[in-house]
Design a binder for this molecule. Structure first.
Ligand code: ZN
Length: 126
C-alpha cells in the first residue's frame, strides 16, 4: 500500500571531497527550509550548509562552556541535568515561558542556560 501523498520525500545530495550521500527528507520540511532560505537571500544549498555548520558550532560551544554537564533524562516538562564531575543532579523544570532549576531555585543558573542552549533538541510539549 502506498502513502506517497501523505509522506512525500525530497532528496538532498550531500557531497564533500571524500563522501557523497543521498538523504531523503520530508517534503514539508524541505519546502519550509527553502522558504526560509529565500527570505534570507540564500540559495537552498547554501542555507543547508549554514544550518549544519551552525548546529556543529553550537554543539562545540556547549561542550566548551559546560564540559561537566550532561542531560541524563527528559520526562515531559522535567529535564534531569547531571554534573558528571561533582556527581550532582539538577531538576530543570519547563514552565510555560521559562525554565526553573529546583536545586538552585533559579531561572538563570548554568543548568537552565545549558538546557536552553539545546531546547530545540529536546522533545518539549510546548
Ligand atoms: Zn541550577
Amino acid at each position: 500500500m502506498s502513502n506517497d501523498n501523505l509522506d512525500k520525500k525530497s532528496t538532498i545530495h550531500l557531497n564533500s571531497n571524500h563522501h557523497a550521500e543521498f538523504i531523503n527528507i520530508n517534503s514539508h520540511l524541505y519546502e519550509e527550509l527553502q522558504r526560509e532560505a529565500e527570505e534570507k537571500h540564500f540559495t537552498t544549498k547554501n542555507y543547508f550548509e549554514i544550518i549544519l555548520d551552525r548546529h556543529l558550532r553550537r554543539n562545540h560551544m556547549i561542550n566548551r562552556i559546560w564540559p561537566e554537564l550532561q542531560i541524563a533524562g527528559v520526562d515531559e516538562e522535567l529535564i534531569l541535568v547531571v554534573n558528571v564531575i561533582d556527581k550532582k543532579f539538577f531538576n530543570v523544570r519547563l514552565h510555560d515561558k521559562y525554565l526553573f532549576c529546583e536545586q538552585d531555585k533559579s531561572t538563570g543558573c548554568n543548568h537552565t542556560a545549558f538546557v536552553w542552549m539545546q531546547a530545540e533538541d529536546l522533545d518539549f510539549r510546548w
